[in-house]
Write a protein that binds this ligand. Structure first.
Ligand code: ADP
Length: 330
C-alpha cells in the first residue's frame, strides 16, 4: 500500500494473511468404501485457510499463514509444504502438548460422506491470543479466515483478536465460513457463531450449500442473497459449483458462468476460487466498485475453481497463472 507521497510503503505490497486450521485428511486408497472397509489411506494435506494461502502464492501473490500445528512429524511436514509453496510461516506455531489435527474422510458407495476427526483437542484449537504475531497481522492488506477457528476457546478469542488487529491496521477482511457441521456442537450453534462475525467482513464467500444452511432457501435467489448484505459489506459471493458464481455489491449484482471441465475431485475448488479473487483484489481494489472489472476477475476465479476439480486433492490441484490463462483462452 503506497503512502500519499507515493515513494514509501507502509506494508509489504499485497500481503494476504490467511488464518485458521491446517490439517491432514486421510482418504481411502480405493473409492466408494466406508472408513471401516478402507484397506488403506493416503495423506491429503488441507484445511481451507491453508489451501487459500497456497492458492494465492501459486498464482504469484504474497501470502502468509497464521495457525498452530502439533510439534510432531505431521505438523512439521505441513509447515514444510507451506514453505515449499512460498507461503510465509512467521505466524505458524507448534504446540508441545497436542497433535496436528487429522480427519479421516470417505465418500461411500451410497453417496454419504463419512468423517472421523482427531481433534481432542488438536493443536490448531489451542492457539491463544497472546501467541499471535501482531506485526504480521498488521502488515496484511487482506486478512482471510473461516469459521472452524470459532468453534472452541482459546482459538476463538485468538481469531477475534486477529480480525480486530488486522482491521485496525487497515486490512480488508475476507470471510469464507466453510461450514463443517460435524465439528460443531449443534447446527444452531454453527449458524449462530457463523453469523456472529458476519457484519465485520468486507468480502464474504459462501457456497450454495452454505447459503441454504444460513437462509433456509434451497435456490440462490437475489432477494434472499441481498438480505444477507450488511452495510459495510463490499462484496458477497455465492459459488454454485459447475454453474459458476453469483456476485452482490451495494450497487450491482449478477452471475458469471464457470468453465466445462472433467471434474474428478471438487476438494479445494472454493479455496482456489477465493484465493484467486483475493489475489486480484489486492492488486486492484477498484474491482470491488467496477462491475466489468469484477466480472473479468470472477471469470479468472471460476477458471481457478474449475481447474482445481480436475486433479485429486486440493493442494496439488491449485493452478498457476499460466494454467489459468490457458483455460481462459479456450
Ligand atoms: P466449495 O468448494 O466451497 O463447495 P464450489 O463447489 O461452489 O465451492 O466451487 C467453487 C468454484 O469452483 C465455483 O464457483 C466454480 O467456479 C468452480 N467449480 C467448482 N466445481 C466445478 C465444476 N464441476 N466445473 C466447473 N467449475 C467448477
Amino acid at each position: 500500500m503506497a503512502l500519499a507521497n507515493g515513494d514509501s510503503k507502509v506494508k509489504p505490497d499485497g500481503l494476504i494473511v490467511s488464518f485458521g486450521e491446517m490439517l491432514i485428511d486421510f482418504v481411502p486408497t480405493v473409492s466408494g468404501v466406508s472408513l471401516a472397509e478402507a484397506p488403506g489411506f493416503l495423506k491429503a494435506p488441507g484445511g481451507a485457510p491453508a489451501n487459500v494461502a497456497i492458492a494465492v502464492s501459486r498464482l504469484g501473490g504474497k501470502s502468509a499463514f497464521v495457525g498452530k500445528l502439533g510439534d510432531d512429524d505431521f505438523g512439521h511436514m505441513l509447515a514444510e509444504i507451506l514453505k515449499d509453496n512460498a507461503v510465509d510461516i512467521d505466524g505458524v506455531l507448534f504446540d508441545q502438548g497436542a497433535r496436528t489435527a487429522l480427519a479421516f474422510v470417505t465418500l461411500r458407495a451410497d453417496g454419504e460422506r463419512e468423517f472421523m476427526f482427531f481433534r481432542n483437542p488438536s493443536a490448531d484449537m489451542l492457539l491463544t491470543e497472546a501467541e499471535l504475531n501482531l506485526n504480521l497481522l498488521r502488515s496484511a492488506e487482506i486478512f482471510h479466515y473461516g469459521s472452524i477457528s470459532l468453534i472452541t476457546e482459546p482459538c476463538r478469542s485468538a481469531h477475534l483478536k486477529a480480525m480486530e488487529v488486522a482491521k485496525e491496521a487497515g486490512a480488508l477482511l475476507s470471510y469464507d465460513p466453510n461450514l463443517r457441521i460435524p465439528l460443531w456442537p449443534s447446527t444452531d450453534d454453527a449458524r449462530e457463531q457463523i453469523m456472529s462475525i458476519w457484519d465485520r467482513a468486507d468480502i464474504i464467500k459462501v457456497s450454495d450449500v452454505e447459503f441454504e444452511f444460513l437462509t433456509g432457501h434451497d435456490t440462490v435467489d437475489d432477494e434472499t442473497a441481498i438480505s444477507l448484505m450488511h452495510p459495510g459489506l463490499k462484496l458477497l459471493l455465492v459459488t454454485l459449483g459447475e454453474k459458476g458464481c453469483k456476485y452482490y455489491t451495494k450497487d450491482f449484482n449478477g452471475a458469471v458462468d464457470s468453465f466445462k471441465v472433467d471434474a474428478v475431485d471438487t476438494t479445494g475448488a472454493g479455496d482456489s476460487f477465493i484465493g484467486a479473487l483475493l489475489c486480484k483484489i489486492v492488486n486492484n481494489p477498484s474491482v470491488l466498485e467496477d462491475e466489468l472489472k469484477l466480472i473479468q476477475v470472477l471469470k479468472f476465479a471460476n477458471a481457478c475453481g474449475a481447474i482445481t476439480t480436475t486433479k485429486k486433492g486440493a493442494i496439488p490441484a491449485l493452478p498457476t497463472e499460466s494454467e489459468v490463462l490457458e483455460l481462459l483462452k479456450q
